[in-house]
Write a protein that binds this ligand. Structure first.
Ligand SMILES: C[S@@+](CC[C@H](N)C(=O)[O-])C[C@H]1O[C@@H](n2cnc3c(N)ncnc32)[C@H](O)[C@@H]1O
Length: 206
């Protein structure tokens, strides 16, 4: 099938993107890795020896960054609906996070070990219709918050990608009830035209 003009324009822009070029040069699996690296530089959310859950992990850029800062002692569990090439020291679960059986599998791997940090870059397949896409995205975020409620140790953190729009204020309120501090971030690697921003919730109140 012939490629549309807009999709070849997107591809051209994508391959000229400085973070795409940088990720190819530096061996990161995605340009998204730089978003987490920039957050790490500013907020130091990943520390040696931490146990971390990475939701929406494929192709694995964030998991690579986590591994880099956690060192050899921490436990890293990554989950995605799509397959992910193996990464040393990362336990990967493939499944739809909306399914209860997948949550159960994840909890089994966590094995009651206290988690220091939950990160979520999950984003549903978008239709381009905001009223359809936004609730799907909010639902995944709700599930990430629920998981963090179950696995985080007191004072633990949750870091996640959010699309601004319907439900954003309620989401912030939900986080403020559970965490001592909620900060919004827009790292330089996040395209300015994208409505995505990142929320860092610190100091989980058990
Ligand atoms: C932006 S990508 C993540 C990129 C990743 N953080 C990285 O650095 O390589 C979003 C991911 O969310 C995953 N995702 C979307 N819906 C999901 C669901 N219901 N369950 C699990 N993963 C999901 C997608 O498959 C996709 O791989």
């Amino acid at each position: 099938m012939a490629r549309s003009k807009s999709s070849s324009e997107w591809l051209q822009k994508h391959f000229k993107d400085q973070y795409v070029l940088k990720s190819q040069k530096e061996g990161y699996r995605s340009r998204a890795a730089y978003k987490l690296l920039q957050i790490q530089e500013k907020d130091k959310i990943i520390k040696p020896g931490m146990n971390v859950v990475d939701l929406g992990a494929t192709p694995g850029g964030w998991s690579q960054v986590v591994r880099q800062f956690v060192g050899t002692k921490g436990k890293i569990i990554a989950l995605d609906i799509l397959p992910m090439d193996q990464l040393a020291q990362v336990e990967f679960i493939q499944g739809d996070f909306q399914e209860y059986s997948v949550l159960e599998e994840l909890l089994k791997v966590v094995n009651n070990e206290p988690i220091d940090l939950v990160i979520s870059d999950m984003a549903p397949n978008v239709t381009g219709v905001k009223v359809v896409d936004q609730p799907k995205s909010m639902y995944l975020l709700d599930l990430a918050i629920d998981l963090a409620d179950q696995v985080l140790k007191p004072q633990g953190s949750l870091f996640m990608k959010v699309f601004q729009g319907e439900g954003f204020e309620q989401l912030l309120a939900q986080l403020r009830q559970r965490y001592q501090k909620v900060i919004t971030r827009k790292p330089d690697a996040s395209r300015s035209r994208s409505s995505e921003i990142y929320l860092l919730a610190k100091g989980f109140r058990d």
